[in-house]
Write a protein that binds this ligand. Structure first.
Ligand SMILES: [Zn+2]
Length: 325
């Protein structure tokens, strides 16, 4: 078994490590999976192994490995969207570099993340390169799913679909590698939904924890005070909030009501918000089960509508008015 510095995805690591040993390396890879599951991390450690000068790639100790880890290796490039968009200029720069010989290593490795955010012209520019890549080049793309990018791009890549990582592996890694206390490691692993990258980022993301408190406060308000006015005021406030923040709040609310339902259905060990067992049990007792289920369905609908340009205020009004009391 290969030990690359990544949580989970053993099959992918083994497969990639074997391909380096046997020399059967593809020119283009596409790593798919949910945000935070480990696509970019896998791409980085694969790049490190591809460029490693040691006996057992990646050794983590040779000059090349150290340079990749520090992000200064001249033969590796990581390209990420700027202000949410992967621009054609960024891809053109890559296509120019692709044709040049490696500076230090035998290969050049390019990682382009979030291909689903590529401008159509950028995707087309990349397509030309993928049609006839020079022998020394390896290009790694990431996207949430195959369907999220041009099918002509997908067909030129070796696709590797990363699945959520077992919670237990994430919990252990958080304790052993990141020194998280056991209770906190358990909570983070539970909330992560199998996404180690999410868990690692959330450790120090104070805004996330504050928002989670807000979500719990909101449910408590809905539970205690059913007045129309309070609910509409909350809807008003959240319709004006930053989009990303609002989306996170809605997914946190979904998780809370899901936990409530899980307790109502007799599976209290399956809750994600493991530190809030008490209040969740109280809500599970008080809220009618069909209302909770109905609210979760509405919540998911609103989350979907939010992707389009709907009237946010109106959607939240209707949603918050229907929250169980
Ligand atoms: Zn090395």
């Amino acid at each position: 078994m290969t030990s690359w510095p990544i949580i989970g995805h053993t099959w992918a690591v083994d497969l990639l490590a074997r391909s380096i040993k046997s020399g059967h390396i593809s020119h283009a890879y596409l790593f798919t999976g949910p945000e935070g599951v480990g696509k970019t991390t896998l791409a980085r450690v694969f790049a490190q192994a591809l460029l490693c000068e040691g006996e057992e790639p990646s050794c983590g100790e040779c000059r090349s490995c150290r340079h990749v880890a520090a992000g200064v290796h001249p033969d590796m490039r990581l390209v990420e969207p700027q202000e949410g968009l992967l621009r054609v200029e960024q891809v053109r720069e890559v296509t120019r570099e692709v044709s040049r010989r490696p500076v230090e290593a035998r290969r050049r490795v390019f990682i382009l993340t979030h291909m689903e955010r590529a401008h159509p012209a950028a995707a087309n520019a990349l397509l030309k390169t993928l049609e006839e890549p020079p022998a020394h080049v390896v290009i790694i793309l990431t996207a949430p799913a195959e369907e999220a990018i041009l099918s002509t791009l997908v067909s030129r890549c070796r696709v590797m679909a990363l699945r959520p990582v077992p919670e237990e592996e994430i919990r252990r890694a958080l304790e052993e590698r990141w020194g998280e206390p056991p209770e906190r490691a358990r909570l983070l692993a539970r909330l992560s939904g199998g996404r180690p990258g999410w868990a690692i980022r959330a450790r120090e993301d104070e805004a996330f924890w504050a928002l989670r408190d807000t979500a719990f406060d909101l449910v408590a308000t809905f539970a205690q005070n059913g007045t129309r006015w309070v609910r509409l005021e909350a809807a008003e406030q959240w319709s004006r909030a930053d989009r990303e923040k609002r989306e996170t709040l809605l997914s946190l609310l979904q998780l809370i009501y899901r936990d409530t339902l899980v307790i109502q259905e007799g599976e209290p060990d399956a809750i994600r918000n493991v530190d809030k067992e008490e209040v969740l049990a109280e809500w599970a007792e008080r809220f009618p089960r069909d209302k909770v289920r109905e609210f979760i369905r509405r919540l998911m609908d609103v989350q979907q509508y939010m992707q389009k340009n709907i009237n946010v205020r109106l959607a939240l009004d209707v949603l918050f008015l229907s929250a169980p009391r």
